[in-house]
Design a protein. Structure first.
Length: 484
């Protein structure tokens, strides 16, 4: 009996059993991934010959990456975010199982997996006609006509996307007010219908495009600036008591709960100016006094100590992983310096403007190799001096600033980098003339046009200019922002 069982066990080892090697699970199967998704996992039912798997694995369209193993699990980490708006196929055939270090293992069953990246889409505030003051959605992947999300009676002032792009948080005022002002803002959400997949738990509640919900009124407090946390669970709003202007400061609104003053551990109300929520959704970077402070949003659960950065007057943005931020220092000679500040407390000055120039925004590319900056410089216009905005790319490795687009003289410009790092959106105010035939006169008016700057070509390794060509979009609007 012992001899018979031994022979049977040997035959099972040699023959590999009745089940051929195969992929048991693919972590991205039928999913829509975003820029934050950096690796997928293939889980095999048998130990596999690593070299044969890596040799035979293909992704179409290609997504360069690196492979790591943990037992029967293979992780594939992509080197760049997957370009948005694509369908991807993962194929694996011809790979062999591992048979005690030898190569005689059985060939696996062919595998094919499917996933997609999120739609390439953006939203903006309409500038004229039926779109004026309303929130507009453009889905470039589905090539749909512009979708108006907000109703006619609301004048949209600003907006932020929820993490998956399925909803938008926005502030708006009633258009019955003759002159819409920030102090009359109320806070709303609206559904977009974008990036939902079959079987998604949020599909039923978000399948209606343009579904409006008010989340904060302005009956007792005026609502000013606001920000939405990266996890989509917390909203921080700058509020002012209508009866007492000294009762002002940031409030925290967690979805499903009442808005509360931002306080410290002792329950003392925090004060401050401009702010941003950190990417971990736990802290608030806020201007206080002569510098910038980092405060826990929920002091009861987030027990980090207060951090004060006296040097900096503005926090512009964070790297996608939260490891560093771009901050502005105001110098006594009229210049302004852009600094990178890491979460380890390291500070590095990367550029300094000319006197009275400005740094309006600065965004890291997904791999933290480039900072895309919206800057201004003072130029002479006859007997006057005016601020000239321009978009530039700062190469962090080589410390080179490359101007990309010079914009007309205008006071407000908005720029946004796509989550996959392949395009910039910006608005541009231009003056156009209109010939009226009856009166034979020319009238001029200003409109805000939307532009896209493709970044799919690599930045030159030498000091040569980066030749990029902006593309004018058919829409007119303000403050364009990519869906995450």
């Amino acid at each position: 009996m012992i001899i018979g069982l031994t022979v049977l066990i040997c035959l099972l080892f040699v023959g590999g059993g009745s089940t051929a090697p195969k992929v048991k699970d693919f972590s991205w199967q039928d999913k829509k991934i975003g820029a934050e998704d950096t690796a997928f996992i293939l889980n095999f039912n048998r130990p596999m010959n690593h070299a044969s798997v890596e040799k035979n694995l293909t992704i179409e369209p290609p997504l360069p990456g690196k492979v790591s193993w943990a037992g029967r699990r293979m992780a594939y980490t992509i080197l760049e975010p997957a370009p948005y708006g694509n369908q991807y196929t993962v194929k694996l055939s011809g790979a062999k199982e591992k048979f005690y270090g030898l190569d005689q293992g059985e060939v696996m069953q062919p595998f094919q997996g499917l996933f997609s990246s999120r739609d390439r889409a953006f939203a903006y505030i309409g500038f004229q006609g039926e779109e004026k003051g309303r929130l507009i959605l453009i889905n470039l992947t589905k090539k749909q006509r512009p979708i108006i999300l907000s109703p006619k009676n609301l004048e949209v002032m600003d907006f932020k996307f929820f993490p998956q792009g399925e909803k938008i948080l926005f502030s708006a005022v009633e258009k019955q007010n003759e002159v819409p002002t920030l102090i009359e803002q109320q806070i709303y959400t609206v559904t977009t219908g974008v990036n939902l997949t079959p079987g998604d738990a949020k599909l039923k509640s978000s399948e209606v495009v343009g579904e409006i919900e008010k989340v904060l009124d302005n009956l007792e407090y005026q609502n000013l600036k606001f920000d939405l946390s990266a996890d989509g669970q917390k909203i921080v709003i700058q509020r002012v008591n209508r009866k007492d202007v000294f009762d002002s400061g940031p409030w925290v609104l967690e979805l499903g709960k009442e808005a509360q003053h931002l306080t410290n551990k002792e329950g003392i109300i925090q004060k401050g100016g401009d702010f941003l929520i950190t990417p971990d959704s736990k802290n608030l970077v806020i201007l206080q006094g002569e510098g910038t402070s980092i405060l826990p949003i929920n002091p009861e659960t987030d027990s980090e100590d207060l951090i004060f950065l006296p040097k900096f007057g503005t926090v512009l943005n964070f790297a996608p992983d939260g490891s560093m931020a771009t901050m502005v220092k105001y110098n006594q000679d009229g210049t302004r310096s852009l600094y990178i500040v890491t979460n380890q407390g390291e500070e590095r000055e990367v550029l300094r403007t000319r006197p009275y120039g400005n740094i309006l925004s600065a965004e890291f590319d997904p791999n933290k190799r480039i900072i895309y900056c919206l800057l201004t410089q003072v130029v002479e216009q006859g007997e006057e001096y005016q601020e000239q905005p321009y978009i530039a790319a700062f190469d962090l490795k080589r410390n080179i600033l490359r101007p990309l687009v010079i914009l007309p003289n205008q006071q407000k410009v908005h720029m946004d980098l796509s989550p996959d790092g392949l395009a910039l959106l910006f608005d541009q105010m231009v003056t156009i003339s209109n010939q009226e035939e009856e009166e034979n006169t020319k009238n001029t008016k200003k409109i805000s046009r939307l532009w896209m700057l493709p970044l799919d070509s690599k930045m030159p390794e030498d000091d040569s200019p980066w030749q990029l060509q902006p593309e004018e979009l058919p829409q007119t609007g303000l403050n364009p922002k990519w869906l995450p």
